[in-house]
Write a protein that binds this ligand. Structure first.
Ligand SMILES: Cc1cc2nc3c(=O)[nH]c(=O)nc-3n(C[C@H](O)[C@H](O)[C@H](O)COP(=O)(O)OP(=O)(O)OC[C@H]3O[C@@H](n4cnc5c(N)ncnc54)[C@H](O)[C@@H]3O)c2cc1C
Length: 399
């Protein structure tokens, strides 16, 4: 009689969790995913998707489907209060410089495409989370919110920036969130596409608001503001804070804030990175933002989450069979393979964060002027090599 397949419990049906579920299923593992939300998140915000994660998506055969969700942006236009162009760069030219291996896509659309790829092969329990976790050398016992207590060979937390598995395993007080000095908010709302054919971004020192189309009749609003670390609730909550920061700013901020109350996909969070001394504890591990968040300033968290999930599945599969159930060592090997590149991207993002939103009128003027040069051939080559290239070798040999 052959041994039962290695079983893995994944917390979080997001980008990392669903990618991991796919690759583990491909390699013969029995996978269960628990997702706290009642359904996949919709709307939200747009991401730039490229690099190692793009390669993983290609290997999964997802590029055509993802391309169907790609949002064409004519330009990233920096505007003044009167909505007149003061700088910017041509987005298609940037995409061309990376051979169009770059899509603009809603994070929620990427997750939905991944979900469709795995939903028939993997057990996905919505409205469910892990209440308790106990790990031993032999496996992991998880008590779920529906009261069931189940045994698995491994448990992986793919539950995002505020990971619940991380809290259960490493303690809520573990000081791993590294605040980068900004808060961000996004949501979508109804509005015609014709009027906005790219990203229009209004900046004053320390604050940035943007508007872009995400569908025929839908637009997205994006806000970013510099701040010391706040207790958001004592500031009256996220919406009040956003009104306080942008309410008197002019441009189209009043229009955007007016649409905030009716949005059903409102996102608000601190811009932070996760930096941990180690990403696993025995047979319990982490993947994606839960352990490796580079932040939105890194501009690549989703792609790196997919690359991380691919490497993790590969390492778990390397031991499988030979030892009957995989080894906790595989989690350590995965971390060794991925951590150097994550730390490099985190350092780069932290440096970039200092000037991400110009802090003075002079730096704002300079940013606007320099942005026009980004697409000059020599500059774009330098920009891509400096900020976009990944030093991550993914071995697709037997995938
Ligand atoms: C405004 C903004 C812009 C960004 N821009 C980019 C970009 O341009 N390019 C890019 O690549 N990345 C970008 N990112 C980052 C990217 O979105 C994240 O890095 C990526 O989504 C991380 O994937 P993940 O699967 O680790 O986490 P998530 O995608 O956040 O998924 C986590 C999942 O876990 C679930 N969950 C949470 N708690 C629990 C629980 N207790 N139990 C069960 N499930 C739970 C959540 O509901 C969610 O489904 C941006 C982020 C923001 C906020």
């Amino acid at each position: 009689m052959s041994a039962p397949p290695t079983s893995v419990l994944i917390s979080g049906a997001g980008v990392a969790g669903l990618t991991l579920a796919y690759w583990l299923h491909q390699r013969g593992f029995a996978v269960t995913v628990v997702e706290k939300a009642a359904a996949l998140r919709r709307g939200g915000y747009m991401i730039d998707f490229w690099g190692a994660g793009f390669d993983v998506a290609e290997k999964m055969g997802l590029l055509d489907e993802l391309l169907a969700h790609h949002i064409d942006m004519a330009e990233l236009t920096f505007v003044n209060e009167a909505d007149e162009r003061v700088g910017g760069f041509n987005v298609p030219r940037l995409r061309m410089a990376v051979s169009f291996r770059h899509y603009n896509i809603l994070r929620s659309a990427l997750a939905a495409v991944l979900y469709r790829r795995v939903k028939d092969n993997v057990e996905i329990l919505f409205d469910t989370s892990i209440e308790n976790l106990n790990g031993s050398d032999a496996g992991v016992t998880a008590t779920l919110s529906d009261g069931k207590s189940l045994g698995f060979d491994f448990c992986i937390g793919a539950d995002g920036l505020h990971s619940h598995v991380r809290n259960l395993c490493f303690g809520e007080d573990s000081d791993v969130e590294h605040f980068l000095g900004y808060y961000t908010a996004s949501f979508t709302y109804r509005g015609s596409q014709s009027e906005v054919d790219g990203i229009r971004m209004f900046t004053v020192p320390g604050k940035q608001a943007a508007i872009y189309p995400v569908g025929k009749n839908t637009r997205a609003a994006f806000f970013l503001f510099e701040s010391e670390e706040l207790n958001v609730e004592t500031c009256g909550g996220p919406e009040a804070l956003l009104r306080r920061e942008f309410g008197d700013l002019g441009w189209r901020c009043p229009e955007l804030l007016e649409n905030m109350d009716s949005a059903n996909d409102y996102y608000f969070d601190a811009v932070s990175q996760i930096r941990m001394p180690k990403w696993s504890q025995g047979r319990i591990g982490l993947v994606g933002d839960a352990c490796q968040s580079v932040s939105l300033v890194g501009g690549q968290g989703a792609a790196l989450a997919m690359a991380g999930a691919y490497i993790l599945a590969q390492e778990l599969a390397r031991d499988d069979g030979a030892s009957g159930g995989g080894q906790a060592e595989s989690l350590v090997r995965y971390e060794s393979a991925l951590r150097p590149e994550i730390e490099r991207k985190q350092r780069m993002a932290e440096g970039f964060a200092k000037s991400f939103v110009p802090k003075t009128p002079l730096s704002l003027w300079t940013r606007n002027k320099l942005s026009n040069a980004v697409m000059l051939p020599g500059v774009s080559k330098w920009f891509i090599k400096r900020y976009m290239a990944d030093n991550l070798k993914l071995d697709f040999g037997n995938a």
